[in-house]
Design a protein around this ligand. Structure first.
Ligand code: AMP
Length: 147
């Protein structure tokens, strides 16, 4: 990376740091909770986006949102998983970045989220920006002054 002032660093566009949508594990609206449990377990990710057939972002799904509704009084009712749709249990309030945002906005939001969904002006899912990628860039930036 060229030597950047902190102001220039914070004003960098986020576009180069996005994990693009085709590489992001997701579930689709209408999928059932059993399928979502499989995707979360097999990928090992803590949460994944919920998209429609046109790749628009509708929500976010984590393991807890799947297990919570099937916790019975004294056992886990696994058989109910196929009756539950992801759109009924997902979190619809998702912190998002717009494709035109800069690094500063990403840095502000990533304090409370392990990763952020990136959408365009139509709400189409473009990919994610992870805390790992943001911290890596921040570390590079800080070290350029100390090496
Ligand atoms: P990481 O930076 O790999 O530790 O990822 C942090 C979180 O971002 C993971 O737990 C997932 O929830 C999400 N994530 C990272 N990469 C992907 C991916 N390729 N597909 C879906 N979610 C991802």
């Amino acid at each position: 990376m060229m030597s950047l002032s902190s102001r220039e660093f914070l004003e960098m566009p986020i576009t180069d740091f996005i994990i693009s949508s085709e590489k992001v594990a997701h579930v689709q609206m209408g999928n059932n909770a059993e399928h979502a449990l499989l995707v979360l377990t097999k990928t090992g990710y803590s949460s994944i986006p919920v998209l429609d057939a046109k790749y628009r972002l509708h929500g976010m799904l984590s393991m807890r949102m799947i297990t919570e509704p099937i916790l019975g009084m004294d056992h886990i009712e696994y058989e109910r998983l196929t009756d539950i749709k992801v759109d009924e249990i997902m979190d619809k309030k998702v912190a998002t970045l717009n494709i035109g945002d800069n690094f500063q906005r990403a840095l502000d939001l990533v304090i409370n989220h392990a990763f952020l969904c990136v959408i365009d002006d139509e709400g189409t899912f473009m990919g994610i920006m992870t805390r790992r990628v943001i911290l890596k860039q921040l570390k590079k930036h800080i070290y350029q002054f100390n090496s």
